[in-house]
Design a protein around this ligand. Structure first.
Ligand code: DGI
Length: 139
């Protein structure tokens, strides 16, 4: 995947709360183009695979259960400096600590249900994008 791309998922809480539209609007207004997008309901096993890097952390079970509880909307986004700029746009992991106006501050419920994912490196963006989309879908 080119380095001007990042990977994101709108998480179950934000979809259930009716924030899909406003979140996509904020992403587009920040200058990101949507390269690929779908709605999927992960199995607990697939959520476990996606978050494998966190498997030793105490919240891993809770995280996998939550991410497979209801559908999510994975997307690949394109913009110059995508990974870093998108992390700024979504804000800190804990919405209580996220800056005013960030997606997590505006739309997240809690640390465990924090509305949106954003890849933390170009390498992980490529791995995570390939988890959900084929090479053809990412052209
Ligand atoms: O890169 P981030 O999503 O900001 O944060 P991360 O990679 O450290 O953690 C991945 C996700 O795991 C995060 O978006 C929400 C969840 N998480 C992180 N820390 C905790 C947590 N969930 C619970 N329940 N408790 C935590 O301490």
């Amino acid at each position: 995947m080119p380095t001007n791309r990042t990977f994101t998922m709108i998480k179950p809480d934000a979809i259930l709360d009716g924030f899909t539209g406003p979140i996509i609007q904020q992403i587009e207004e920040a200058g990101f183009k949507i390269v690929a997008m779908k709605k999927v309901h992960l199995s607990a096993a697939d959520a476990g695979k996606f978050y494998e890097v966190h498997k030793e952390r105490p919240f891993y079970g809770e995280l996998c259960e939550y991410m497979s509880s209801n559908p999510i909307i994975p997307m690949v986004l394109e913009k110059e400096n995508a990974v870093e700029d998108f992390r700024v746009l979504i804000g800190a992991t804990d919405p209580a600590k996220a800056a005013e106006g960030t997606i997590r501050k505006r739309f997240a419920r809690s640390l465990g249900s924090n509305a949106i994912h954003g890849s933390d490196s170009d390498e992980n963006a490529a791995i995570e994008g390939a988890f959900f989309f084929t090479a053809t879908e990412l052209k």
